[in-house]
Design a protein around this ligand. Sequence first.
Ligand code: CU
Length: 265
Amino acid sequence: MTEWLGLPALATTHGGQIDGLIGWTHIFMLVLFVGWGGFFTYCLIRYRRSRQPVANYTGVRSHVSNYSEVGVAIVEAILLLGFSIPLWAARVDHIPSESEALVVEVTGEQFAWNIHYAGPDGKFGKTDIKLLDLQSNPLGLDRDDPAAKDDVTTLNQLYLPVNKPIIIRLRSKDVIHSFGVPEFRVKQDAVPGLTIPLWFVPNVTTAEMRTRLGDAEFQYEIACAQLCGLGHAKMRGFVTVVSADEFQKWLDDKVKEQSAPDPFR
Ligand SMILES: [Cu+2]
């Protein structure tokens, strides 16, 4: 219904509502544009100098402009109260419970996305700034913490199961970044010192999207949506949406790979 907007393909359950709102706002703005434009043109011609050489001291007597302004205000109130606020409330107020969702911590830094999964125990291990190492341990994860043993971290690779609520806990290590995935219709600033949750339900796997778009190379991309420094344009992450089974297998493999004792320690 909103194809005429030319938005990126849609891949989350709530995205249709956002597109609908964008669509209605465009239609309404078009009506306003034509209305005001027409009125402006009418005034230019009707009150041109040759026809109206002397100012009219009584002014407009009709109330049409009052009524039309009230009409505009009503439509705006409907868009705001009927569409925008409920949609916003669903994003920020009705976050699904963590037991039925997958929680992933995403930490932005100049210029990469660090992804952190809690692993099979569902508990995120402790992190400590003293353990931070840009190459080997960019999150400062304390592998001696029992909860950290099965944690999985990746750089710029976010794997997600399809049709499951995903809660992202968004953070930043340095400056303000912004986590944006256009196909998911989500965008949220990552602010140093804050942990900001955002959630969505991806409903199209990467493979399905590749067939749908006829593009075998297609990737969901995390684009940093705040100018965050010189490497901002390179700050890309990739999201791979897979079936629940494939996700489990990927996670198990990663757990095995990353919890193996480090021979260099
Ligand atoms: Cu950034």
